[in-house]
Design a protein around this ligand. Sequence first.
Ligand SMILES: [Zn+2]
Length: 70
Amino acid sequence: MRPMRIDAEKDFGERECPGCAGVVEENENTCPICGYEFPRESRRRRAGRITAMLAALLAFLALVLLGRLI
Ligand SMILES: [Zn+2]
């Protein structure tokens, strides 16, 4: 017999705890094994950083283009 529940749980989402290397469910913000607290909304913060980098790049390109035109 195969434990089908493990596959169903994996579809839900799991991540490795950096504190104890244990497997923690994605919806858990705190590791139930060692109590490590996962940083909240890290994905959104990373996306914001990329947007800021793109904005800086666009501003730099605009400055270069303006410098060539003048
Ligand atoms: Zn842990």
